[in-house]
Design a protein around this ligand. Structure first.
Ligand code: XIL
Length: 393
């Protein structure tokens, strides 16, 4: 009996110690709300960066490929596909039972020039480009049929004014290139979820264009599962506003599609666009101020970042019935593309884990919010009757 009591106490003590030691887990606290994802690079899915791999496995329920499924990587030459890294990415997701994203099939960027030209360097005809698009989608989506759960079929097809962006896809094929891309993807894997993905849809003019586009796709019989709001947001300009994010989610939800936040990061650095377009003397002056936090993020900016993440997640939680996934564009600040875009060599702080791979204050804030939401059901109210937004604006 004594031995039984003793061993029971030891086991109970061990369990308690494990619980107390346990790191909070993003994917668990938001489990009832939405998937939580991260975009990965090869050092993570090939498991060479052990510390980051641990974070990916423990914290995230979904993964996106930051670059390895883009056309230039997977199909670099007309007769050459290279699946080496993409296969490793997909295997990593399967081994860890994650929701696996494919990003992206039809885009104007990171797509080689040859895609739009014949062997003599002359533009392809509509039929030739459609055949090339069909071959690419059938080959890539077909290879991962039943493994990749959802595809960003078309990326960034709408311009800032809400029209279709003028790209070789549009110029050569015409505006039905989107319908065709979705049809080819559906044909290659009828079970996969298919999405339209873009940035800046919070801007009402651009949003109107994307809403019209989704409408047209639906009218053409396309089963579009969701719209991805990339979510590359800025701290300095407080852009977009929470109201815009809220209205955007509501507007797409009305069309009966899910909304995914697909590439979330919050840039704390000053906007570089003015400097990029300025003349040389002004440019030098502006560049000097573009990289202010090389020695660490000041406490007040860190606090602003926490509060911006918290208010955005309040909006996502409010719309948990239609928000299917929130994916961060990277794992740690050190990985972020914002260190090199739109100007190279800056020190960016847009994510939830720092350069030492430790959780940042924003991480703990979101975990607390997730726990509170699942405990209290506080965010369960329908959108129309929720008055919390006004207070957070
Ligand atoms: C970015 C990657 O993060 C960078 O590594 C790469 O150099 C350029 O592309 N919108 C998208 C993503 O849909 O694919 C982009 O990813 C970021 C903007």
């Amino acid at each position: 009996m004594k031995i039984f009591i003793k061993s029971t106490l030891v086991i109970a003590g061990f369990l308690l110690a494990t619980i107390l030691r346990a790191e909070p887990v993003l994917k668990d606290v938001f489990k009832k709300d939405f998937l939580v994802g991260a975009a990965l690079n090869p050092s993570q899915f090939c498991e060479s960066n052990i510390a980051e791999v641990e974070i990916v496995k423990s914290q995230f329920s979904s993964i996106s490929p930051e670059n390895v499924l883009k056309w230039e990587r997977i199909h670099p030459l007309p007769d050459q596909y290279d699946f080496s890294l993409a296969d490793k990415y997909v295997d990593f997701g399967l081994r860890n039972h994650m929701f696996i994203l494919g990003h992206t099939l039809v885009w104007h960027s990171q797509t080689p020039d040859w895609v739009f030209q014949n062997a003599q360097g002359k533009p392809l005809t509509r039929e030739q480009l459609l055949a090339r698009m069909h071959d690419h989608i059938r080959t890539v989506v077909g290879r991962y049929k039943g493994k990749v759960n959802g595809w960003d079929v078309v990326n960034e097809a709408v311009d800032e004014k809400g029209g279709l962006r003028v790209t070789p896809w549009l110029k050569i094929i015409g505006k039905d290139f989107l319908v065709k891309a979705f049809q080819f993807a559906h044909e290659a894997d009828p079970q996969a979820e298919l999405y339209y993905n873009d940035y800046g849809l919070e801007n009402p003019m651009k949003r109107a264009g994307a809403l019209a586009l989704v409408n047209q796709l639906q009218a053409a019989g396309i089963k579009i599962a969701g719209v991805g709001l990339q979510g590359h947001y800025q701290l300095a300009t407080n852009s977009p506003t929470l109201r815009e994010v809220d209205d955007t989610i509501t507007a797409f939800a009305r069309l009966g599609v899910k909304v995914m936040i697909t590439e979330l990061d919050i840039d704390v650095l000053p906007s570089a666009w003015a400097a990029l377009t300025a003349d040389v003397s002004l440019k030098r002056k502006a560049e000097a101020g573009l990289n202010p936090y090389t020695n660490g993020l000041p406490a007040d900016v860190q606090a602003e970042l926490v509060s911006r993440y918290a208010s955005l997640f309040a909006v996502f939680l409010k719309h948990r019935d239609v928000v299917g996934r929130v994916t961060f564009w990277g794992v740690t600040d050190g990985d972020s593309w914002l260190n090199d875009w739109p100007v190279p060599g800056r020190t960016a702080y847009p994510l939830l884990f720092d350069r030492k791979i430790k959780p940042k204050p924003a991480f703990f804030k979101l975990v607390t919010m997730g726990v509170a939401a699942s405990n209290a059901g506080a965010f369960n109210r329908p959108c129309a009757t929720d008055s919390g937004m006004a207070a957070q604006q």
